[in-house]
Design a protein around this ligand. Structure first.
Ligand code: BES
Ligand code: MN
Ligand code: ZN
Length: 489
C-alpha cells in the first residue's frame, strides 16, 4: 500500500474513491464538492439517505463519472479521540469493501490534528486489509486487496507535510499490529516456542539494526532460571528465551526493554483448565507477539531509539515431568517460589525474564502479558490493566494509550495486596487467592523489578476478541509504539 499526502486542488487529484468525513451540515471542502456536483450530496442528506451521524457510511456514485464514488462518512458528535478513531475505522472498512484502487481521504471535517488523523487513517487501512492466512505469504488464495494508493488530502501545505509523517508512522504501526495478529491467530501446533524463535531470527535477517539471540533450555539452566524452566518442564516442546535487540540510536542511549509473555498454549498444566473455550489459550503468546510486532514497526519507521525485546516462550502442558502444585522452585533472582497453582504460569516465566532484563541497564522496562482472567472482570475487554512502580512512566503510558486509542487503566500495587503472596514454604507463593487477581499477579512481578522503572500491561482482555469475529487485535502495539515514539523525540 502506498500512502501520500497532498494539498493540491481536491478535484484535480485522480482517484476512484473519495472519502468525505462530514456531519449533516456540509462545510468547507464538503460544501465545495457538493456545489461542483449540483447538490448531489446535500440532496442525499435532504432525502434522509445520509444523516451524518457518527461512523455512518454511504457510498454514492458520482453522476456521469463511471466507477467513481464518494464515500460519505458521518462525523456528528465525534469529539473524543476514541470516537474519531471509530469514525476513521468505519471509513477504512467502507473503502476496502469497494473495488477502489486509488483513494483520496479528505482530511477535513473531523477537526483533528492532521498528523494524528493521517496516522490513524493509514493504520486503520492496514489493519482492515489483514486476512488470516494459514499458509505462508505468496501461497495463499485469500482475496487480495485492490487498493494500491491512498492520498491524504489536507487543506494546507504544512498540514499535508505533517500528514505525510503521520501516514508512514501509522502504516508501520498497522503492519506491526498485523504481524502480531498473524502470530496470535496461528494454531498452537504451528506457533510453538521454536516457531516464534525462528520468526524472531527472520526479523533480524538483512537488517543491520536488529540482532536476535535465542537461549536454549540448557543455557537457561546455566543462568538458574528455575522458575521459567518449571513451566516448560511439562511439555515436549523445548522452551526458549528470545532476545531481539533493535539499535536505532547511539550505544550510549539506554534501551527500553519490552518483555512479552509467550505461552504458546496454556492448558493450565497439572492445575488443568476446564475444557470450554480452551482453544483460546493459543492466544496466550500475544504479549510476545506484540513485542515482535513492535520490532517490525521500529524497523519500518527506522525510529532513533534503542529497544530490547525479551520473549520467554514456552508451552504449559501436564506431562510426566510437569511441575506439581506445592513444588518449590528457585528463580534466577535467588528468590524461591511455592507453585500452588500451575495455571499461574505467566508470572513464573516473566519473573526470570525480568531479572534477565537487568543486564541491559534499561531506561524502563514494560512487560506485556495475557496474565489474568481477573483483568477482564475488572476492566472488561475495553482497556488493558496497567500497574507500575513509577508514577512518571505510568502517566506517560496513560497518555500514549489515550493518543493511540489503545488505552490502559492503572491499578494499585499496594503492600496490602503483596501480603497475600505469603507462603509457609518459600519466599512467596505464585498465587494470592481469589481476590484482586490482577493486582496480586503484578505484586508478584514487582518483587523482581525493584532495580528499574517498570510497568506491566495485563492484556488478557484486549489482545484478542472471542465469538463470531474471533481473532487477535494487534493490541497493545499502538500504545507501545506511541510511548517509544515520544521517548525517541
Ligand atoms: N493465560 C491465563 C490468563 C487468561 C485467562 C487470559 C483467561 C485470558 C483469558 C493465565 O495463565 C492464567 O491461567 N491465570 C489464572 C491465574 C490464577 C490461577 C491465579 C487465571 O486468571 O485464572
Ligand atoms: Mn495459566
Ligand atoms: Zn497463561
Amino acid at each position: 500500500m502506498d500512502f501520500n499526502a497532498s494539498s493540491a486542488q481536491l478535484l484535480n487529484i485522480k482517484a476512484d474513491s473519495l472519502i468525505l468525513p462530514t456531519g449533516p451540515q456540509l462545510k468547507d471542502s464538503a460544501a465545495a464538492l457538493d456545489g461542483s456536483l449540483d447538490g448531489a450530496i446535500s440532496s442525499l442528506i435532504k432525502a434522509g439517505d445520509f444523516s451524518g451521524k457518527l461512523a455512518e457510511t454511504l457510498v454514492m456514485h458520482i453522476p456521469g463519472a463511471s466507477g467513481k464514488r464518494i464515500i460519505l462518512l458521518g462525523t456528528e458528535g465525534a469529539t473524543t479521540i476514541q470516537q474519531q478513531i471509530k469514525v476513521i475505522e468505519a471509513g477504512a472498512a467502507a473503502l476496502l469493501k469497494t473495488p477502489s484502487a486509488k483513494a483520496v481521504w479528505v482530511g477535513e471535517g473531523l477537526g483533528a490534528d492532521a498528523e494524528w488523523e493521517a496516522g490513524i487513517v493509514s493504520r486503520s487501512v492496514q489493519t482492515a486489509s489483514y486476512h488470516y492466512s494459514h499458509v505462508p505469504k505468496g501461497q495463499q488464495k485469500t482475496k487480495t486487496i485492490k487498493l494500491k494508493t491512498l492520498t491524504y488530502w489536507a487543506p494546507g501545505k504544512s498540514e499535508a507535510s505533517a500528514a505525510k509523517k503521520g501516514l508512514s508512522y501509522g502504516a508501520a504501526v498497522g503492519n506491526g499490529m498485523n504481524a502480531a495478529r498473524q502470530l496470535g491467530n496461528l494454531p498452537a501446533n504451528i506457533c510453538t516456542p521454536s516457531y516464534l524463535a525462528d520468526q524472531a531470527k527472520t526479523l533480524a535477517k538483512g537488517v543491520a539494526k536488529v540482532t536476535t539471540t535465542v537461549l536454549s533450555e540448557a543455557q537457561m539452566t546455566k543462568l538458574n532460571m528455575g522458575s521459567l524452566l518449571s513451566v516448560s518442564a511439562g511439555s515436549d516442546q523445548p522452551g526458549h528465551l528470545i532476545v531481539i535487540k533493535y539499535s536505532g540510536a547511539k550505544a550510549s542511549v539506554k534501551p527500553v526493554v519490552l518483555v512479552g509473555k509467550a505461552v504458546t498454549f496454556d492448558t493450565g498444566g497439572i492445575s488443568l483448565k476446564p475444557g470450554g473455550g480452551m482453544d483460546e489459550m493459543k492466544y496466550d503468546m500475544c504479549g510476545g507477539a506484540s513485542v515482535i510486532g513492535v520490532i517490525n514497526a521500529l524497523i519500518e519507521t527506522q525510529m532513533p531509539i534503542n529497544v530490547v525485546g525479551i520473549i520467554p516462550a514456552v508451552e504449559n502442558m501436564p506431562n510426566g515431568h510437569a511441575t506439581k502444585p506445592g513444588d518449590v522452585v528457585t528463580s534466577m533472582s535467588g528468590q524461591t517460589i511455592e507453585i500452588l497453582n500451575t495455571d499461574a504460569e505467566g508470572r513464573l516465566i516473566l519473573c526470570d525474564a525480568l531479572t534477565y532484563a537487568e543486564r541491559f541497564k534499561p531506561e524502563s522496562v514494560i512487560d506485556i502479558a495475557t496474565l489474568t482472567g481477573a483483568v477482564i472482570g475488572a476492566l472488561g475487554k475495553v482497556t488493558a490493566g496497567m500497574l507500575s512502580n513509577d508514577d512518571e512512566l505510568a502517566e506517560q503510558l496513560l497518555s500514549s494509550g489515550t493518543r493511540s486509542g489503545d488505552r490502559a487503566w492503572r491499578l494499585p500495587l499496594w503492600d496490602e495486596y503483596d501480603e497475600l503472596l505469603k507462603s509457609n514454604f518459600a519466599d512467596m507463593a505464585n498465587i494470592g487467592g481469589p481476590q484482586a487477581g490482577t493486582i496480586t499477579a503484578a505484586c508478584f512481578l514487582a518483587r523482581f523489578t525493584k532495580k528499574y522503572k517498570w510497568a506491566h500491561l495485563d492484556v488478557a482482555g484486549t489482545a484478542w476478541v472471542s465469538g463470531a469475529a474471533k481473532g487477535a487485535t494487534g493490541r497493545p502495539v499502538p500504545i507501545l509504539m506511541d510511548y517509544l515514539r515520544s521517548k525517541a523525540q
